[in-house]
Design a protein around this ligand. Structure first.
Ligand SMILES: Nc1ncnc2c1ncn2[C@@H]1O[C@H](COP(=O)(O)OP(=O)(O)OP(=O)(O)O)[C@@H](O)[C@H]1O
Ligand SMILES: [Mg+2]
Length: 158
């Protein structure tokens, strides 16, 4: 069988806000093998943080549930799927609108999906009310002029 992805990882944790940092740092560590710039890594961290926070705050509200992350690397791209089995989204198009939030009382600004869309190359939202939500994000890591290893080789003494 031919492998479609060069590398993959799965992460599963309970919907506690303490795990938001754990998730974003773990995905960033996995993504770092693509040799991203600090800015690209920061974009991935922010997008993961927004998606995971949504699972904790909206999907499960005050209940404890499971958040799953599946990340895969293919060539210079990373695909990150973040899934919950929470309450689901009734109207995805509306949820994607900037400033749309169902929790204005909790100081939410309704910018999570807008941030994910601006920091990643593509974002897909699938949701079924009462079943859960899956957010799939893709980021292409740009080829850098000279990477660290090449720099070392080029500048090392013969
Ligand atoms: N995983 C999810 N499960 C259920 N509903 C969700 C989920 N993610 C988002 N939503 C719904 O989509 C709306 C918009 O999400 P978005 O992240 O853009 O804004 P927000 O979370 O309300 O505010 P902010 O992200 O700026 O704090 C949410 O208010 C919520 O109603
Ligand atoms: Mg949000």
């Amino acid at each position: 069988m031919q492998e479609q992805f060069e590398n993959e990882m799965n992460l599963e944790f309970i919907s506690k806000s303490a795990n938001e940092a754990f998730a974003r740092i773990t995905v960033a560590a996995f993504a770092s093998q693509l040799d991203p710039t600090i800015e690209e890594l920061a974009d991935i961290k922010t997008a993961v943080s927004e998606a995971v926070t949504n699972c904790i705050i909206h999907a499960y509200e005050n209940k404890v549930g499971i958040v799953k992350i599946h990340a895969k690397i293919h060539k210079s791209e990373i695909i990150i799927e973040i899934t919950d089995n929470g309450k689901g989204i009734e109207n995805i198009e509306m949820a994607k609108e900037p400033l749309y939030t169902t929790k204005p009382d909790l100081e939410r600004s309704g910018m999570g999906f807008t941030i994910m869309e601006s920091f990643m190359d593509s974002v897909k939202i699938e949701s079924i009310v009462g079943i859960g939500t899956k957010v799939t994000m893709l980021k292409k890591i740009k080829e850098q002029e000279i990477n660290q290893q090449e720099f070392k080789q080029m500048t090392s003494m013969p």
